[in-house]
Design a protein around this ligand. Structure first.
Ligand code: SF4
Length: 464
């Protein structure tokens, strides 16, 4: 056993000892969290809720400081209280939020060299200018500013929307920066890229990597992943697994995702065997979106989706990766966010009451590589207003732009008919499944300290 592997095992062991020792050290988060819940139930309006949370901030942070280092305790306090506030806004259907998005979706690159049907990059989409999707690469300064504004309160970030994240050679650095704010990190890639440094991704602190591979042979694979090179993909996957083994790390957890179409469904068993042979952690069969509007030959298969864990603990965040760089947390930025009052961040304004709404508008925020703010994973089109603002690097309030307010009001007040309204007015997509939602909240806090954030605490934090 080499020294690197030994240090990885020692780190895992240390985390496990801390997690087992928590109950022996006394208590869980539940009493403190349920007290906050009770007090919130008794107050009216988001501003009153914000003052309850402000009053409980120091006390909660003191409790967390018994188990976590000071910067981590402050960050956790902010993330927990932000969840409470976001849920409060959601329940009240507020139009203007004091809370921040607890999940971020960011494209490190808007570019992709593949041309899969149905995507903004497909040949048909580009020829017909179906989407409004400019090329571009995310500037590190813009991302640093985004993290300063939204990182302290966010629990997770997904580095991919419509671009291929591996085409930005600085993506491992971006991941590492997000880890400085104690965020869980994930990305999705085709792996069909020539310049790829697997060691950099393993060392970045990345938690999850989705490998989008929809075939086991080149002709079948490329029927959907156009311009993709399966041999290159498999070689990159092999190098990634080897880099993890060399570093003695369980992360990134690798999930081979297979979109099941009529043309490739017969290769699912073979792909699963290949995934096992490669040493990836999860094999997942997924029902794709229908892309027949773009290519009538590509039809979803009537196949039941399933998840096969090839490695026992593969669907959890490995606890040792929750805070992989404790010496380089962004303590200054976390401390100033901790000191900032919520009521200084935005003006609260309630909507007229409950009714259907879209979860995206309260939970996650999306930014493309050029800084455009989108409310969800829908791609902007000339006939679909989905650009809700632009994050220019200053600490503005990108989560409460006029478009965001209009979109929330469309649901809470039924304020329709202006003609120039957000696409939400006619949207028929799934309004309740967001990229970073309740399952991710539970995994996040379990990884932080599974004994302290026990089952009841997790329910309080993640039930919407
Ligand atoms: S209503 Fe539709 S377009 Fe608007 S944020 Fe939700 S999913 Fe996106």
């Amino acid at each position: 056993m080499g020294p690197v592997r030994f240090s990885g095992m020692r780190r895992t062991l240390g985390v496990l000892i801390r997690q087992v020792a928590s109950p022996l050290g006394g208590g869980t988060a539940f009493p403190a969290l349920s007290r906050i819940e009770r007090e919130l139930r008794q107050c009216r309006g988001a501003a009153a809720a914000a003052s309850v949370l402000a009053e409980r901030k120091a006390e909660l942070c003191r409790l967390l400081s018994r188990r976590f280092a000071p910067a981590a305790a402050q960050a956790l306090t902010l993330k927990i209280l932000n969840l409470y506030l976001a849920r409060r806004h959601f329940r009240e259907r507020d139009r203007v939020l004091l809370s921040r998005p607890f999940g971020l979706v960011v494209d490190p690159s808007n570019v992709c060299e593949l041309a899969c049907p149905g995507c903004v990059h497909s040949r048909g989409s580009e020829e017909r200018s179906v989407f409004d999707w400019p090329r571009g690469t995310l500037a590190e300064e813009r991302f640093r500013a985004l993290l300063r504004s939204y990182g302290p309160a966010a629990i997770g970030i997904y580095f991919c929307n419509y671009g291929e994240p591996l085409l930005n050679l600085r993506t491992p650095q971006l991941i590492r920066m997000a880890k400085g704010y104690l965020m869980s990190t994930a990305l999705s890639t085709s792996l069909s890229v020539r310049r790829f440094d697997p060691d950099a991704y393993v060392e970045s602190g990345l938690d999850f990597m989705v490998l989008s591979i929809d075939g086991a042979t080149q002709p079948v694979y490329q029927a959907f992943r156009r311009n993709g090179n399966l041999e290159l993909v498999l070689d990159n996957a092999r190098r990634l697994v080897a880099a993890k083994r060399k570093a003695g790390r369980r992360t990134p957890v690798l999930s081979w995702n297979f979109l099941a179409f009529e043309h490739n469904a017969h290769e699912i068993p073979r792909a699963e065997r290949m995934a096992r042979g490669l040493g990836v952690d999860v094999f997942r069969v997924v029902n794709p979106f229908d892309v027949r509007w773009d290519d009538p030959a590509i039809r979803p298969a009537a196949v039941r989706p399933y998840v096969r864990r090839l490695d026992y603990a593969s669907l959890s965040y490995p606890p040792e990766n929750w805070n992989p760089f404790p010496g380089s947390l962004e303590a200054g930025a976390i401390a100033s966010a901790f000191e900032a009052p919520w009521n200084g961040q935005a003006e609260a304004a309630g909507g007229p009451g409950p009714g259907h709404t879209c979860h995206w508008l309260y939970k996650n925020m999306v930014m493309d590589a050029g800084g455009r703010i989108l409310p969800c994973c829908g791609a902007p089109r000339p006939d679909a207003k989905l650009v809700f603002g632009r994050f220019e690097g200053r600490d503005g309030d990108a989560f409460n732009t006029d478009m965001y307010r209009q979109a929330r009001a469309l649901f809470s007040a039924g304020a329709r008919g202006a003609g120039d309204e957000p696409y939400c007015a006619q949207c028929e997509w799934d309004h309740s499944t967001v990229n970073i939602g309740s399952p991710e909240i539970r995994r996040y806090f379990r990884a932080a300290d599974a004994a302290f954030f026990d089952r009841r605490s997790l329910r309080l934090l993640s039930d919407w």
